[in-house]
Design a protein around this ligand. Structure first.
Ligand code: MN
Length: 219
């Protein structure tokens, strides 16, 4: 993918991109509201975790992006353009803004009938054998990530792959289209399950909104 295509892809798979990129008249990006209440993911992800993870960690990444882009050629760019153009601290903060909105927009209140359907289901079964096998492999990759980062399902030129990235890194910088991500920084789960990352991954499937993942897959 060339850079222009990558930016377009980044914007199309972040379903809330236009909202995320709303700026005040001062050019400042605001922390956008979650599409559900902070206790909506309980008992799997607690209100306290969302208060900190969304309300503090993500808010800080938004603030830092605003501070670091101000008065630079990045000032008027979208979050996707910044992430795919900047390096160093501004890359880290803008990619964290993207990665967090990308994850949180794909959560929903627990739903027992929650499962992939249609073309995505078929593609997952073709690549991994079954949805259970996919989840097992995804968990293995998430548990195998040393330190901070994310586990992703990506579409790499039509082939579904599970990938891990470190710190703020994002598969779009390698030209891969992300379909879902799981934040495995300790701040994402420590308040709820302490060091039990496996339990956190198990809980993740309970609140994942597969229809958001399907929308990204069809883009
Ligand atoms: Mn996080």
């Amino acid at each position: 993918m060339d850079k222009k295509t990558t930016i377009k892809t980044a914007q199309s798979v972040l379903l809330s991109s236009s909202k995320v990129n709303e700026k005040g008249s001062d050019g400042i990006l605001k922390l956008q509201l979650l599409p559900y209440s902070h206790n909506a993911l309980e008992p799997y992800i607690s209100e306290r975790t969302i208060d900190f993870h969304y309300g503090k960690h993500l808010a800080t990444y938004v603030d830092n992006t605003n501070k670091q882009k101000s008065g630079t050629p990045f000032a008027d760019m979208s979050i996707e353009e910044i992430m795919l153009s900047a390096s160093g601290g501004l890359f880290n903060n803008s990619a964290q803004v993207y990665n967090h909105y990308f994850q949180f927009e794909a959560f929903q209140a627990p739903n027992e009938n929650n499962a992939p359907t249609g073309n995505l289901k078929q593609a997952l079964e073709k690549e991994f054998g079954s949805i259970d096998e996919f989840k097992k492999k995804f968990a293995e990759v998430a548990l195998g990530l040393f330190g901070s980062g994310y586990t992703w399902l990506v579409d790499n030129n039509g082939k579904l792959e599970i990938q891990q990235t470190h710190n703020a890194e994002n598969p779009l910088t390698e030209g891969k289209k992300p379909l879902l991500n799981l934040d495995v920084w300790e701040h994402a789960y420590y308040l709820d399950v302490q060091n039990a990352r496996a339990k956190y991954v198990e809980n993740f499937w309970k609140v994942l909104n597969w229809s958001a993942v399907e929308k990204r897959f069809e883009k």
